[in-house]
Design a protein around this ligand. Sequence first.
Ligand code: SF4
Length: 544
Amino acid sequence: MSNELKTIDVKNRDERASLALITKEVDTLYWFLPDIELNVKLNIIKNPLFDRDMLDRSKYLEFDIYEIKDALLKTNLLHEHERAKIKKEVDILKKEKTKNDKILEAFCPLPWNHLGIKTNGGTRICCQMIYKPFGDLGVNVKDIKDINDVRNLPPVKLVRKQMLQGIKPKLCELCWTEEKSDLKSKRIHQNIIYPDALSQAKRYTNHNGEIDTKNIPLNYFDLRLGNKCNLACRSCGPTESNLWYKDYWTQGHRSIQVPDGLRQQEYELKEEDGQITINSNDFDWPDNTTFLNQILDSCNNIDRIYFTGGEPTINHAHIQFLQKLVDYSKSQDIFLEYNSNGMAMPESLLNIWPKFKGVGIGFSIDGMEEKFEYLRYPGKWDKFIRTITKLHTYHKSVNSVQVVLAPTISIYNCLHMLDLYNFILYSTPPWFGKTMPIHVLESPAYMSPKILPNHAKLQIKTQYYDWIKKLQLKGNLPGIRFGRSNNFKKIAINNMTNLIHYIDQTFPDPDQLLNDFYTNTENKDKQRNQNWKEVFPELVDVLS
Ligand code: SF4
């Protein structure tokens, strides 16, 4: 293996593809020839070193893949008869591709293989469906006798039918908006994880979107085991965190509303000895229903479970459920995904995780130090650093945890993202994820960065492009070799460029929303004894 190849993680297809495109060493390009990844193959063809000998050794002329044939036509390596033949084949493949592309652009595996359970036990198609009617299935887990009974309800059948016709469902608007800005949507991510989902869906879905549940099993659950939480974040509310009850009560609310499709479900709040509680045990559904046992009994094909909140690290039902998965000998096949606020990391979790296939944690850290503490009240930055230190030791001995920061990007922190990205790239240990999934806040609308006035957006853009220029000139990331370093920097530049495109989109009635931002922020600041102008002076600057 050449020295150049040693600078990348050869198991990582993106890193191989990047090097195949830019390498100036013929031996390296020959080494890549047998690679089976399409992007690697395409980049080999695009590399100026690619020559007739490589073409003959690669069998590329025999591949019946539109992209490869099209790339070959752009080279000057083909004999006349080859060029004519490939041109004809490309025309035929192009027609088929156009039809398939339409479906591919709309298709997502989740309406087929996934079920989401909300904090109150409500069921839904997908947590990304954030606009009315939210993908709600209108059935609570307390009323479910058989999981398969909720898999062919009208809302999910309609989504499936549309996707297989190449129509992008309106319910999935968040994914389409993200993709418009070239952000990697959840849909794109799921298609990478479940590459065979489309062919299965085509085979086992009938014309009205109904599936054969035996042949399309549930693989992936999103389980929100109640709303018990240790934080009351700005971007959250009482449905997701019981620590919000008090603020809500102080604001004069006497009930909370949880959307259930087009209806609202109302839960009364009550005060007892200074404690604000709720008059329902729906939010304790893991203890009060048999649903988790139903999952254990009927789902032999689960390969992923996503836990979020409430805060999973302090949720006893979560740890008990993991133990049951171990006892039922299912744990070794399941990858656990988390969204956690990073304030706690109990030994019981660290001890049980190695029994699973793997663990991925996205820490919802939206800023550093006082910015984090403002947005994730009453969180403490030091506690998060302690969690990382604990995972550092754990990682050395177990090595089964992947960690990334997964901030929610709002009007408050959209400028601070650049510092946060520097923190990830240059101040975290090499095992820590060097990429940052982008989740931009859409609701409540007055917190969206898209409501910023144009003059503010212009200044933000200048700062982002300045940051990108500086990053290009910076050296390797600490402890990471050249090829990988370069790849992470490229991803960072891409992410931040796409984020800027996203922020640049318009929002209806931004002036009114900006007024709402000032009013709501200042009201909440009074309640919490905080001051956004002191914590986010850079935002004050661009707004002035
Ligand atoms: S396309 Fe997006 S919103 Fe729709 S089901 Fe997939 S991930 Fe969810």
